[in-house]
Design a protein around this ligand. Structure first.
Ligand SMILES: Cc1cc2nc3c(=O)[nH]c(=O)nc-3n(C[C@H](O)[C@H](O)[C@H](O)COP(=O)(O)OP(=O)(O)OC[C@H]3O[C@@H](n4cnc5c(N)ncnc54)[C@H](O)[C@@H]3O)c2cc1C
Ligand code: SF4
Ligand code: SF4
Length: 450
C-alpha cells in the first residue's frame, strides 16, 4: 500500500520559471559540501541538492575521526554553515533529482522535486515548539533508532537548515503543532514542487549506503538485543549522543565487555560484497579507544581477518589501541547467540590457534558494517547512461583521473566512486571541483567564441 507521503508526491506542481547554474552538486555530505564550497569560492554558481532535510551526510553523525580523534561535528558544522551562507551556493534540502538529460553539446537539464516539509521554510525559526507539543513518537533514523523523535521534528540541534519537518505518514493530524507554532509556519496543504534546472556541469557526491546488518543472520542483529551496529556505536560515543553515556540499548546497563566483528558485510561473497570497505578496521580501532576513554575498566576485543592500517598515522593508531589494552583476536566469527542476562555469545575460529573453535561472551557486540554503493542516481539519467563499475560504484574510466565519469561534464566526488575515509573524500572532492572548474572555463570560452 502506498503511503500518504507518496500519494502527495504524485500531486507535485510544476514551477514554470527555469533556474540556471554553472554546476549542480548532488549530495551534501562532506564531499558535496567541499566540492560546492571550492567551486563557489572560484566564482561559479552552484546548486547543491540534498535529499534529506539537513545537509552533513554521515560525517556529522560520527563521534571523532581516526587517527587524530578530532571531533567530527566540530569539523563538519562550520562547513555546513559556510555552505548555507555562501552567496554563490543555492541549497535545496529535502529535494530529489527526478530526471537528467543532455540538452545540447554543453549542458544538462534536470527536473528536481522539492518535497513538502509541511512547514513554511521562510517563516520557521527552529524554535522546537511543534516538536514539544507533538504527541507522536517514532524511531529517530539519524540516531539509527536508538531513541525516538516526534512526527513534527527538527532533525538535529546542529541541522542546516534548522527548519522543522512533518513526517506526514506518522502524523495523526491532531493539529497541536499548527495551533502552537508562534509564527504560523505549519502548512498541511503544502505541495511538492518540480523545478527545471539547467546546468553546464554536474558533480555526483551521493556517498554510500551502510550494509544492512540483519542480512548477516548468523550475527543476530535485530534478533539478539545487545548486538548493535558500528553506526549505532558512533551515535553512543558522539557529542550529540542519545544517552550521554555508553549503555546497552536493551537494559541501560554499562557494558563491561564489548566485542567487535570486523568485515560485517565486507569481503564477503555470501552477501554479494567481495570488496574491502577500507574504513571499518580504523573506525573500530577508533571506537575501541573512545570506549576505553568512556569506560576505563571495560574489556574491548576485536575479532578480525586482517587489519588494514594503510594510511598516514594508521599503524601507530593501531599500536596505540593495543598499548591501551584492546585485545585483537585473529579469528573469523561463525555464529552469535543469546547468552544469559542479556550477554552475547560469540563462536569463532581462532586462526592463530590453528583454526580452533572457541566461544567468548560479551555484554555488547558491535558489528562493523561495511560500505555499499549508492547507485540510485544513475537511474535518473535519461537517454544517456552513467556507468558503474563491476561492484556497483560509479565508474572512473580514466585511471589517471578518478573524478571523471564516462559522461562529459559529469564528475564524481567522495564515496560515490568507492569506499573512502574522510581525508581521501575531501581530496577527491577538491579534485572534482578543480576538474569541473577547468571544464566550465573551457565551455565558457567556446560559448564566447561563437
Ligand atoms: C561507522 C562509521 C564510522 C566512520 N568513521 C570514520 C572516521 O573516523 N574517519 C574517517 O575518515 N572516515 C570515517 N568513516 C567514513 C566516512 O563516513 C566517509 O568517508 C564520508 O562520510 C564520505 O562522505 P561522502 O560525502 O562521500 O558520503 P556521505 O556521507 O554518504 O554523504 C552523501 C550525501 O548524499 C546524500 N544523497 C544520497 N543520494 C542522494 C540523491 N539521490 N540526491 C540527493 N542527495 C543524495 C545523502 O543523503 C548524504 O547527505 C566512517 C564510516 C562509518 C560507516
Ligand atoms: S514550525 Fe513553528 S513551532 Fe515548529 S520549529 Fe518552526 S517556528 Fe517553531
Ligand atoms: S498534527 Fe501531526 S505533527 Fe502536528 S502535533 Fe499532531 S501528530 Fe504531531
Amino acid at each position: 500500500m502506498s503511503s500518504l507521503f507518496s500519494k502527495i508526491i504524485e500531486r507535485a506542481e510544476e514551477v514554470s520559471e527555469e533556474k540556471e547554474f554553472d554546476a549542480v552538486v548532488i549530495g551534501a555530505g562532506i564531499a558535496g559540501m567541499e566540492a560546492s564550497l571550492d567551486l563557489a569560492d572560484m566564482g561559479y554558481s552552484v546548486l547543491l541538492i540534498e535529499k534529506e532535510p539537513t545537509i552533513g551526510g554521515k560525517m556529522f553523525l560520527l563521534s571523532k575521526v581516526f587517527p587524530t580523534l578530532d571531533c567530527a561535528s566540530c569539523i563538519s558544522t562550520p562547513k555546513m554553515a559556510a555552505v548555507a551562507h555562501h552567496p554563490n551556493i543555492t541549497l535545496w534540502t529535502y529535494s530529489e533529482v527526478l530526471k537528467i538529460r543532455r540538452d545540447s553539446e554543453r549542458g544538462y537539464v534536470l527536473r528536481v522535486m522539492k518535497k513538502p516539509r509541511f512547514v513554511d521554510e521562510s517563516a520557521c525559526t527552529g524554535c522546537y515548539t511543534c516538536e514539544e507539543v507533538c504527541p507522536i513518537d517514532v524511531p529517530k533514523e539519524l540516531d539509527f533508532n536508538l531513541r525516538a523523535r516526534r512526527a513534527a521534528y527538527i532533525p538535529f540541534d546542529t541541522a542546516v537548515p534548522k527548519i522543522a519537518v512533518i513526517d506526514i505518514d506518522n502524523c495523526i493530524l491532531c493539529g497541536k503543532c499548527e495551533r502552537e507554532c508562534p509564527v504560523n509556519a505549519i502548512n498541511f496543504l503544502q505541495k511538492p514542487k518540480i523545478y527545471t534546472v539547467k546546468a553546464k556541469s554536474i558533480i555526483i557526491a551521493t556517498g554510500y549506503n551502510l550494509f544492512q546488518a540483519e542480512k548477516k543472520e548468523q550475527y543476530g542483529f535485530g534478533t539478539i538485543p545487545n548486538v548493535v551496529t558500528s553506526m549505532q556505536m558512533e551515535r553512543l560515543l558522539s557529542p550529540t549522543r542519545p544517552f550521554n553515556h555508553v549503555l546497552r540499548p536493551m537494559d541501560g546497563k554499562e557494558p563491561a565487555s564489548i566485542g567487535y566483528v570486523l568485515c560485517t558485510g565486507s569481503k564477503d561473497r555470501t552477501v554479494g560484497n567481495p570488496i574491502c570497505s577500507q574504513v571499518c578496521c580504523m573506525y573500530s580501532i577508533k571506537q575501541a579507544q573512545l570506549i576505553l576513554g568512556a569506560l576505563p575498566l571495560a574489556d574491548v576485543t576485536i575479532y578480525y581477518m586482517d587489519i588494514r592500517a594503510y594510511g598516514k598515522g594508521f599503524e601507530e593508531f593501531y599500536n596505540q589501541a593495543q598499548a591501551m589494552g584492546v585485545r585483537f583476536i585473529h579469528g573469523r566469527v561463525a555464529k552469535v547467540e543469546k547468552g544469559e542476562g542479556g550477554s552475547v555469545k560469540v563462536k569463532y575460529e581462532n586462526i592463530d590457534e590453528g583454526g580452533k573453535l572457541e566461544t567468548a561472551e560479551h555484554d555488547l557486540l558491535v558489528l562493523s558494517v561495511g560500505l555499499l554503493p549508492n547507485c540510485e542516481i544513475t537511474k535518473v539519467f535519461n537517454g544517456i547512461s552513467l556507468s558503474l563499475d563491476e561492484f556497483g560504484w560509479l565508474l572512473s574510466p580514466d585511471p589517471t583521473n578518478p573524478v571523471k565519469t564516462n559522461l562529459e561534464g559529469v564528475f564524481a566526488a567522495g564515496c560515490s566512486t568507492g569506499p573512502k575515509d574522510i581525508p581521501d573524500t575531501v581530496v577527491q572532492a577538491a579534485s572534482a571541483a578543480a576538474e569541473c572548474a577547468a571544464y566550465l572555463k573551457k565551455v565558457n570560452i567556446i560559448a564566447e567564441e561563437r
